[in-house]
Design a protein around this ligand. Structure first.
Ligand SMILES: [Zn+2]
Ligand SMILES: [Zn+2]
Length: 271
């Protein structure tokens, strides 16, 4: 196979590890680039004009309780990765439900937000295959974080998309990381119950006294209690705070806890 044989580049989401070479491959192949419209909206601020996103991320993290001495590290942690990306504007935008013809079959576009606002999976009904990007991974639970670009309720959207996928007849999943897997239904159930468990943990940590998300995140047993909060590096710590916020948002929407927004954003048990 040669680069000229590539006729289309379909992006599941614009994270560096899924989008980084799109510009280069387009240049070598002349192929069209396709992605969800919500992913297109975040390319500029992530890769071409990063200052305002970095500032917004800083204020977001500060308002959620990240201490001043940790703030620069957490705020700037994705800038190095962004430099590795050769970004490209898409030729075609998707929303959901489109069918993309491929040799001998077709791919149905399924909008599966959560890990990224415009994340898509691609379903080949004839071959019973699912290209899952980072929505379903065989071992890791995909990071679902709430932040300035995540949309209003990323975890709610993620869980809804998991339910939707459950209706599909899938024999093989081709994920963006780790390895191909076949226990599709079982994996969906594992991921849903993981979030239910984490939700219960987080609900248990929220008390009568208002707390910021950073302090709540520090009290959750990450990786089954094997990782100490102080030893977590900036990249993972930011992901942990954002993941905690995604769960706190679902609990707030379900009216199980209250969110109090002042100079900082606090959470407490509902009176
Ligand atoms: Zn990703
Ligand atoms: Zn990834």
């Amino acid at each position: 196979m040669d680069f000229e044989d590539i006729t289309q580049i379909i992006i599941t989401h614009v994270h560096p590890d899924h989008f980084g070479l799109a510009g280069k491959i387009k240049e070598l192949s002349g192929a069209e680039v396709t992605m969800h419209k919500l992913e297109e909206e975040i390319i500029r601020s992530r890769y071409w004009d990063t200052d305002s996103l970095t500032q917004q991320m800083g204020s977001w993290l500060r308002s959620n309780g990240v201490p001043d001495d940790e703030l620069p590290g957490l705020q700037n942690v994705s800038l190095e990765l962004a430099k590795l990306v050769d970004p490209v504007a898409p030729n075609r935008l998707l929303s959901s439900g489109e069918t993309i013809p491929v040799e001998g079959s077709s791919l149905q576009v399924l909008w599966c937000p959560g890990h990224s606002p415009g994340h898509i999976c691609l379903y080949d009904q004839k071959r019973k295959l699912l290209f899952a990007g980072d929505h379903l991974l065989p071992k890791t639970t995909p990071n679902i974080g709430m932040h300035v670009q995540s949309g209003p309720d990323p975890l709610g959207g993620y869980l809804k998309a998991l339910d939707m996928l459950q209706e599909l007849d899938v024999e093989m999943v081709l994920p963006g990381h780790e390895h191909i897997f076949t226990n599709f239904q079982q994996r969906i159930e594992e991921l849903s119950s993981h979030h239910k468990e984490r939700m219960a943990h987080i609900r248990g940590v929220v008390g009568d006294t208002p707390q910021v998300a950073y302090d709540i995140a520090a009290r959750i047993p990450w990786v089954e209690g094997k990782v100490k909060w102080d030893r977590i590096g900036a990249f993972h710590k930011r992901a942990a705070v954002c993941e905690t916020l995604a769960h706190l948002e679902v609990l707030t929407i379900e009216q199980k806890i209250d969110k109090i927004e002042n100079q900082y954003v606090y959470y407490k048990v509902r009176d």
